[in-house]
Design a binder for this molecule. Structure first.
Ligand code: PXG
Length: 437
C-alpha cells in the first residue's frame, strides 16, 4: 500500500515497532462517529475509542467549533501568576461532576503529567500537615501510570521500567490477575480481596510514617483490563486510612463514563483522596490531563504567607485555553447525550456479546466491566505476543481497530456505540480468531 507521498523516516513513533510498522504502515486518514477511514479508503470500526479517549465518538462538530472559536478569541495565556476565564469555568464544570469532595482541579496536559502532579501533591500535602517523612509511594504490579519517571516508578510493567532508572523508595502491591480462580468473569472477580493486605505488609516493612500515597487504577487498563476483585478497593481504602496514607485512583481510562458512571470512584463507591484524569476529558481532541483533589488536601496547602506560591509545580500549558474550550464542549456533549451514564444501559448487551468469544479458538479468558473488555489468548509456543500482534493486523485489515498488549486484546469502543457496533466487533473478532494459527 503506498501509505502517503511522504517519507516515513523522520517520525520516530512512540510505543511502536518502528521498522516493522514502516515496512507495512497502517495509516488512519479521517474519522467520523464510530469509524475511522484508512489511508487506502477502508472504513475501520473503532473498537478502542482511539486510545481509550474518544468517548463521544469522532468528528464532534460542537467540540471543533468551540476549539476554533477559542483559538481566535484567546489562543494562549500564561499560566503562572496569570489566569484566563475559560480555565476557571472548566475547573468549575469539572468540580460539578467530580465525586463529592474532590472538587479542586489541577491542570496538566496528559495522563503522565497528571500522575506526576498527583504524586507531588501527595508529598507536598503530607509535608504541609507535619508528615514530612512520608515520601514513599506504593504502586502495583501490572499497572500503567504513564511514562514520566514518577509514572514508571509506581507503574508495574517491566518493559516500561527495565531500561530506565526509577525513583527510590517505591514499592508495589501484587497484581490481582488470577486466571486460575477468576477466568471468564463478567464484572468484578470473586477472588482476590486478600491481595489488598499487601498494603498492610508494606506498611509493616517500611513504616507507615515513610509512605505518602498508594496509587492504583481502579480497573487496570493497559495491562489487559483487570477489574478489581470484590471488596479489594474497599479494603485498600480502609488500610490507607488506618495508616494516614493517601489513596490515588488513576482514572485516566475509567474517568468520563467508561464504566457507566462519571468516574470509577462512583461505580465502586470507594472514594480516593486524589483522582488523575486525561483522555476523555477533551474527547481526545486536545491533549489535557488533570488531578481532582479533595478539598482538604488543597486547603492544607493554602496556608503560610499569602504572597508565597503554595505549590512549586505546573506547566506552560496548565489550563490551556484551547484544551479548556474543548473540555467544556466535551462535557456539554456528555451531559446532553447522557454519556457519563449511558454504558449502564448497554453493559448487558456488551457483556453477553463479548462472552460468546469464550468459544473462539485460543481464548483462555474474557473479562468485562462497563464498556471495557480484555480477551486473553493462549500464547503460541515459543512466541509470546505473536498471536496478539497478528490479531491487531488481521482485525485492522478486516475493518476493526483493537488494541493488544502481549496476547491480550483490549476493547473499549466510544460510549456512543450501538448494539450493531457491538455485534460487529464480536463477529469480526470471532472471524479473526478462527483464522489465527
Ligand atoms: N494512567 C493511565 C491509567 C493510563 O492508561 C496514562 C496514565 C498516561 O497517559 P498519557 O496521556 O500520558 O499517555 C495512561 C495512558 C493502551 C494505552 O493501549 C494506554 C494508555 C496510553 C497509550 C496506550 O493500553 N494509557
Amino acid at each position: 500500500m503506498p501509505a502517503s507521498n511522504h517519507s516515513l523516516d523522520a517520525y520516530w513513533m512512540p510505543f511502536t515497532a518502528n521498522r516493522q510498522f514502516k515496512a507495512n504502515p497502517r495509516l488512519l486518514a479521517s474519522a467520523e462517529g464510530m469509524h475511522y477511514v484508512s489511508a487506502d479508503g477502508r472504513r475501520v470500526l473503532d473498537g478502542t475509542a482511539g486510545l481509550w479517549c474518544v468517548n463521544a465518538g469522532h468528528g464532534r462538530r460542537e467540540i471543533a467549533e468551540a476549539v476554533s472559536r477559542q483559538l481566535l478569541e484567546l489562543d494562549y495565556a500564561p499560566s503562572f501568576q496569570m489566569g484566563h476565564p475559560v480555565a476557571f469555568e472548566f475547573a468549575e464544570a469539572l468540580a460539578q461532576i467530580a465525586p463529592a469532595g474532590l472538587d479542586r482541579i489541577f491542570f496538566a496536559n496528559s495522563g503522565s503529567e497528571a500522575v506526576d502532579s498527583a504524586l507531588k501533591i501527595a508529598v507536598a500535602y503530607q509535608r504541609a500537615i507535619g508528615q514530612g517523612t512520608r515520601t514513599r509511594f506504593i504502586g502495583r504490579e501490572r499497572s500503567y501510570h504513564g511514562v514520566g519517571f514518577g509514572g514508571i516508578s509506581v507503574g508495574g510493567l517491566v518493559n516500561n521500567r527495565r531500561v530506565f532508572p526509577t525513583l527510590s523508595g517505591v514499592d508495589h502491591l501484587r497484581h490481582t490477575h488470577d486466571l486460575t480462580r477468576n477466568a471468564f468473569t463478567a464484572g468484578q472477580p470473586e477472588h482476590g480481596v486478600e491481595l489488598a493486605d499487601d498494603l498492610e505488609r508494606l506498611v509493616a516493612l517500611h513504616g507507615a510514617e515513610t509512605i505518602a500515597a498508594v496509587i492504583v487504577e481502579p480497573v487496570a487498563g493497559s495491562a489487559g483490563v483487570l477489574p478489581p476483585p470484590k471488596g479489594y478497593l474497599e479494603r485498600l481504602r480502609a488500610i490507607a486510612d488506618r495508616h494516614g496514607i493517601l489513596l490515588i485512583f488513576d482514572e485516566v481510562i475509567t474517568g468520563f463514563g467508561r464504566l457507566g458512571t462519571p468516574f470509577a470512584t462512583d461505580y465502586f463507591g470507594v472514594a480516593p483522596d486524589l483522582i488523575t484524569v486525561a483522555k476523555g476529558i477533551t474527547n481526545g481532541v486536545v491533549p489535557m490531563g488533570a488531578v481532582l483533589a479533595k478539598r482538604e488536601i488543597h486547603d492544607a496547602l493554602m496556608t503560610g504567607p499569602e504572597p508565597q506560591i503554595e505549590l512549586f509545580h505546573g506547566y506552560t500549558y496548565s489550563g490551556h485555553p484551547v484544551a479548556c474550550a474543548a473540555g467544556l464542549a466535551t462535557l456539554g456533549i456528555y451531559r446532553d447525550e447522557g454519556l457519563l451514564t449511558r454504558v449502564s444501559a448497554i453493559e448487558t448487551a456488551w457483556t453477553q456479546a463479548l462472552h460468546t468469544l469464550r468459544d473462539a479458538p485460543h481464548v483462555i479468558d474474557v473479562r468485562t466491566i462497563g464498556l471495557m473488555a480484555g480477551v486473553e489468548l493462549a500464547p503460541r509456543d515459543g512466541a509470546p505476543g505473536a498471536r496478539g500482534y497478528e490479531v491487531l493486523v488481521d482485525a485492522f485489515e478486516s475493518g476493526l481497530l483493537v488494541r493488544t498488549t502481549g496476547d491480550i486484546i483490549a476493547l473499549s469502543p466510544p460510549l456512543v456505540a450501538g448494539t450493531e457496533h457491538i455485534d460487529e466487533i464480536v463477529a469480526k473478532l470471532t472471524a479473526v480468531l478462527r483464522r489465527l494459527a
